[in-house]
Design a protein around this ligand. Structure first.
Ligand code: RTP
Length: 147
């Protein structure tokens, strides 16, 4: 089953949006497979955003991500990468549709509340980076009928 990596960024945590954001993924029907509350250091943030290292906003982005705790999560379900990005909304909140997380709760691209993997392959890499210890096991198969 497809998995994606979702992170509530420091502004999302500080603004008290954790419950709201988790609720949206839960109510959609996706399955929570991993969750941790963590403050990362600069080297880790640079690794997570390595693909963007040449961008002019890279240093500011890293500074933002290390500025406080984030909620790192693994969500699972059919098409969860693409659908997760739809739930999150466009990168720039000025272009995110109302009803999306960024459309409802963000204004600036540099403080856009949440991250979601942009492809199955990047999700795999990000989950390995953020959850090297592995993720929780759902021992019962009873939840399979929910989805
Ligand atoms: P994310 O990785 O956080 O889900 O964002 P994304 O794929 O939608 O966007 P991406 O282009 O990968 O950019 C990653 C994050 O960098 C910040 N950003 N700032 N100041 C700027 O012009 C600018 N552009 C991007 C945003 O926080 C964006 O989510």
């Amino acid at each position: 089953m497809e998995q994606t990596f979702i992170m509530i960024k420091p502004d999302g945590v500080q603004r008290g949006l954790v419950g709201e954001i988790i609720g949206r993924f839960e109510k959609k029907g996706f399955t929570l497979k991993g969750l941790k509350f963590i403050t990362v250091d600069q080297a880790f943030a640079e690794k997570h955003y390595a693909d963007l290292s040449a961008k002019p906003f890279f240093n500011g982005l890293v500074e933002y991500i290390v500025s406080g705790p984030v909620v790192a999560m693994v969500w699972e379900g059919k098409n969860v990468v693409t659908t997760g990005r739809k739930i999150i909304g466009a990168t720039n909140p000025a272009e995110s549709a109302p009803g999306t997380i960024r459309g409802d709760y963000a204004i600036d691209i540099g403080r856009n509340v949440i991250h979601g993997s942009d492809a199955v392959e990047s999700a795999r890499k990000e989950i390995a980076l953020w959850f090297p210890e592995g993720i929780a096991e759902w021992r019962s198969s009873q939840h399979s009928w929910i989805y």
